[in-house]
Design a protein around this ligand. Structure first.
Ligand code: F6R
Length: 608
């Protein structure tokens, strides 16, 4: 995830910015840059690590500056795309996504602005320049610019005409001011300046900070002064990196309100129910002609693919197969001459050897190939004809959490888009779907608010040796994912089963000491799931249901209910999975496991 820093003080800004950016390295990034406000703006950027920037940085005097670590979302991690972005005598760094940047960019190009990068951020620099030319007042220009932006942002800017000052503002992206001794900071994260000060002021949405070395003033977007309270943080550096969460995994589970939003931001048009997938090169004709989709993935990504199979079949009416990378490679799949196949490889890291090899094999069989990944420029993107990025930000916990829900989100978008192009759903249906998608971040927050109940449940069963997870239809892959998460971080043996399959053998293992998690959200298999719950109850199992808020019926059948908010049947896997992520997390916590680095699991599995 990108990181912002701004420094104004009595030390050389160059060293202060580099030190601060290094403190943000843990967030993950793929390019870096700084601007120092001297008598002119001195900007230096580099793809890669901070050390690469350091090796090319000239001597620069100056005591004010802004810096950025970029985690690519719009465009490759190149020097041009790295921040800061400049327009005339103005330099800008930005975190977040500007949803209306296409429209703003077109307007600016018409006015004669030239774009040097592929980023959404560059529109902010040019808008700021344009508004400054008109008002000749940098603060007015900054406020006017922020008012034009839709989406999320934390922005810091400097202007050559205003020495020793940084201006910063935010909406839906964190920004905090650090109050030092003869120096002040702006940053996306306290870690950036923790060595200088623990006195901070958090900006609220649509607030602006005007930062000088011995003074910070706050305003709203109308320019009215805002009184802010100073907070003293008692975090040490490690706490601060995790934003106060005990583990990265817990932080990343909480980030899902944001990461799911980032995945769909700018792609939904409620007006006509369309999904805008600009980055997809597949033409409408190609989408109409498809007669098969082959999904390839491993582990958690495979579970996302299993859910996607239902989506592509039910929504878009496309016959869909799925296999793990490691199995597909050694099969002899049959292709007919008139096959029109799209192969979709799903991999959060983009580096999984088995997935890449299977994708290459599908490509050599003549399939169109699409990679869905989180990491810009990862190996899989070089092999696939087309790539879609899930934009969930770096995931530092080894167990996949937010990347899974973002994979699902992009797969929903793809399925609805295909369905629209193939005339399988009408405008009203896709509008309803879009509305339900937009409610996801709020619904995820409701689950996070109920985490104490999930924790109690996890603690109650933390010393069992076996767990079962069952579900039907799209809840079957959710059961698989719940079991996978539990076993990989808590080391409890866990099985995920299609609920209807239990009676074909596994019921033999159900005892009064095997908790069974039944994903029983509303839908056309709900009644059947209740029957399966009764089967395990008859074997004295304790049943924990994941059920919808308004479902009181379920209380009659099960021992514990973990609630998810009401949503569309096809979207409920995103919500149910988050409950199961928390269940796994709190179980592992109660067992004292190494949660962020579980044994025998790597973030990128680059071996066969
Ligand atoms: C589980 C997990 C792994 C990965 C699998 C595939 O939490 O992280 O099961 O899902 O190794 O990795 P990617 O998605 O990078 O291909």
């Amino acid at each position: 995830m990108c990181g912002i820093v701004g420094y104004v003080g009595v030390n050389l800004a160059k060293q202060e910015l580099i030190d601060s950016l290094k403190k943000l390295e843990y967030r993950g990034y793929d390019s870096v840059g700084i601007t120092i406000l001297n008598s002119s703006l001195e900007t230096c950027k580099a793809p890669g690590k901070i050390s690469e920037l350091e090796s090319k940085l000239p001597e620069i005097d100056g005591y004010t500056g802004i810096g950025h670590t970029r985690w690519a979302t719009h465009g490759q991690p190149t020097e041009q795309n790295a921040h800061p972005h400049l327009s005339g005598n103005i330099s800008v760094v930005h975190n977040g996504i500007i949803e209306n940047y296409h429209q703003l960019k077109d307007e600016l190009i018409e006015m004669g602005y030239e774009f040097k990068s592929e980023t959404d951020t560059e529109v902010i620099a040019h808008l700021l320049h344009l508004n400054y030319q008109q008002s000749r007042d940098f603060h007015t220009a900054f406020r006017k610019t922020l008012k034009l932006l839709e989406g999320s942002y934390a922005v810091a800017a400097v202007c050559e005409d205003i020495p020793d000052e940084i201006i910063a503002g935010k909406k839906n992206s964190p920004l905090v001011v650090g109050l030092g001794d003869n120096c002040n900071f702006a940053a996306s994260d306290i870690t950036a300046f923790l060595k200088h000060t623990k006195d901070v002021i958090f900006l609220e949405d649509l607030e602006i900070a005007q930062i000088q070395k011995n003074d910070v003033q706050f305003f709203d977007l109308e320019g009215k002064p805002v009184e802010k309270e100073k907070t003293r943080v008692e975090w040490d550096l490690e706490d601060a990196e995790k934003a106060g969460y005990e583990h990265f995994m817990l932080k990343e589970i909480h980030e899902q309100t944001k990461s799911v939003y980032n995945t769909f931001a700018g792609k939904l048009s409620e007006l006509d129910g369309s999904i805008n997938l600009d980055e997809l090169n597949l033409t409408k004709k190609q989408i109409r002609n498809l007669n098969r989709i082959e999904l390839i993935a491993c582990g958690t990504s495979y579970n996302a693919g299993l859910i996607a199979r239902y989506l592509f079949e039910q929504l878009a009416g496309i016959h869909t197969n799925i296999d793990t990378g490691s199995e597909y490679r050694y099969r002899n799949p049959v292709f007919c001459e008139d096959d029109d196949v799209l192969s979709i490889a799903i991999s959060q890291s983009g580096e999984t050897a088995d997935t890449i090899a299977a994708l290459q094999s599908l490509k050599s069989s003549g399939c169109n190939t699409l990679a869905i990944t989180n990491v810009i420029g990862s190996s899989i993107t070089r092999d696939a004809d087309d790539t879609m990025y899930i934009k969930s930000g770096p995931e530092l916990g080894v167990a996949a959490t937010k990347t899974f829900t973002s994979q699902l989100t992009i797969l929903y978008l793809l399925a609805v888009h295909f369905a629209r192009v193939r005339n399988k759903i009408n405008t009203d249906d896709s509008r309803n779907f879009i509305r339900a998608l937009k409610k996801l971040p709020g619904n995820i927050q409701k689950i996070l608010n109920s985490k104490d109940t999930i924790r109690e449940c996890a603690e109650q069963f933390s010393d069992v040796s076996d767990y079962f997870f069952i579900g039907r239809y799209t809840n079957y892959p959710v059961a698989l994912e719940g079991a996978l998460k539990l076993k990989e971080i808590s080391y409890i043996h866990a099985e995920g089963y299609a609920a209807g399959e239990l009676k074909h053998g596994p019921l033999a293992l159900i005892t009064d000491n095997t908790p069974v998690v039944a994903i029983a959200t509303p839908g056309h298999t709900y009644d059947k799931t209740l029957s399966n719950i009764m089967e395990v109850k008859a074997r004295n199992a304790t049943v924990i249901a994941v059920a919808e808020e308004g479902d009181h019926e379920i209380n009659k059948y099960v021992d514990i209910v973990l609630r998810v908010p009401e949503t569309e049947e096809l979207l409920s896997p995103i919500l149910s999975t988050i409950v199961l992520q928390l269940l796994a997390y709190y179980t592992a916590l109660a067992r004292g496991c190494s949660i962020d680095k579980p044994r025998n699991l790597a973030k990128s599995v680059t071996v066969e």
